[in-house]
Design a protein around this ligand. Structure first.
Ligand code: CP
Length: 314
């Protein structure tokens, strides 16, 4: 079990034991962040963001800086030679000489996978189109592990844009690998969880899901409510987005009879799907989730780079 040099394109690239290794190191980093401030000295993270991001890009940058490393990259493809027509393959080949590890976000599904095929250094998928967002899943699982104490025997409701929401696709396919988790999908009919992913849940894990259009029907029976925004940038038609954008708005009153230890999660950014009055509810976990994203990315990169993380007691 050694993550050194490994790419992370899909959360299923890592075994459950490897995921545990990341979470255990992240837990140690939460408890003693300053002890790791030198472990990536001399290492450079390359951030290739062809699509907007706040949390993913900045938490990766913060994570590498907190490990003592450095960061270079671009936040807008228009300021890179992609605007002149350079291919991903050529960009990545060049980055090999400039950095030690790469995180890439791209609007096209499969772009980070393609990059990994041309790269001699680890490539991390920072989100590819409506496909996958593996480090958001690591963040989500670390949050659930820490706040619920387990990754098994959970009833997880996912609400909103389940068609285009890459965070949902990655999270469900990963949580399905742990024992006895159940899924409830809440979406408008046009934005249902993709059929082929549902079939994979059945074939690989013998999991049947419950689907509904009503948040109110199920909210009182779940352990985790994972809200998502309607993904405007993936719609072909603005009129459809306008019609669907406020399909679900979680308010504090809707939480009145939900389980007292339920977690309300959201990968952020939120638009309108969680009202601000929920932020004060003790079940609101989304800002804690964003904070934990730094530690899980610190742990991930340290392990992929194979640096010495045995710092305790030194
Ligand atoms: N959760 C997430 O991916 O946020 P950003 O789009 O801001 O990176």
């Amino acid at each position: 079990m050694n993550l050194k040099g490994k790419h992370l394109i899909d959360p299923n690239d890592f075994s459950l034991e490897e995921l545990d290794q990341v979470f255990e190191l992240a837990d140690r980093m939460v408890d003693n962040r300053n002890a790791y401030g030198h472990v990536c000295e001399g290492r450079i993270l390359g951030t290739l963001f062809y699509e907007p991001s706040t949390r993913t890009r900045l938490s990766f940058e913060s994570a590498m800086l907190r490990l003592g490393g450095k960061v270079l990259g671009f936040a807008d493809a228009n300021t890179s030679s992609a605007a002149k027509g350079e291919s991903i393959a050529d960009t990545v080949r060049v980055l090999d000489a400039y950095a030690d590890i790469i995180v890439m976000r791209h609007p096209k599904e499969g772009a980070p996978k393609l990059a990994s095929e041309y790269s001699r250094i680890p490539v991390i998928n920072g989100g590819d189109g409506g496909h996958q967002h593996p480090t958001q899943t690591l963040t989500d699982l670390l949050t659930i592990r820490r706040l619920k104490g387990r990754l098994e025997k959970l009833t997880v409701a996912l609400c909103g844009d389940l068609k285009f929401g890459r965070t949902v696709h990655s999270l469900v396919s990963t949580l399905a690998r742990y024992n006895s988790n159940r899924f409830v999908f809440i979406s408008p009919s046009e934005l249902r969880f993709p059929e082929h992913l549902k079939e994979a849940l059945k074939e690989k894990h013998d999991i049947e899901v419950y689907e509904t259009e009503s948040l109110e029907e199920v909210i009182n029976d779940v352990d985790i409510l994972y809200m998502t925004r309607i993904q405007r940038e993936r719609f072909f038609n603005e009129a459809d987005y306008m019609r669907l954008k406020d399909s679900y708005i979680l308010t504090r009153s809707k939480l009145a009879d939900a389980k007292p230890d339920m977690l309300v999660m959201h990968p952020l950014p939120r638009v309108n799907e969680i009202s601000y009055d929920v932020d004060q509810d003790k079940r609101a976990a989304y800002f804690k989730q964003a904070e934990l994203g730094i530690y899980v990315r610190m742990a991930l990169m340290a392990l992929q780079l194979g640096v010495d993380v045995n710092v305790e007691g030194k």
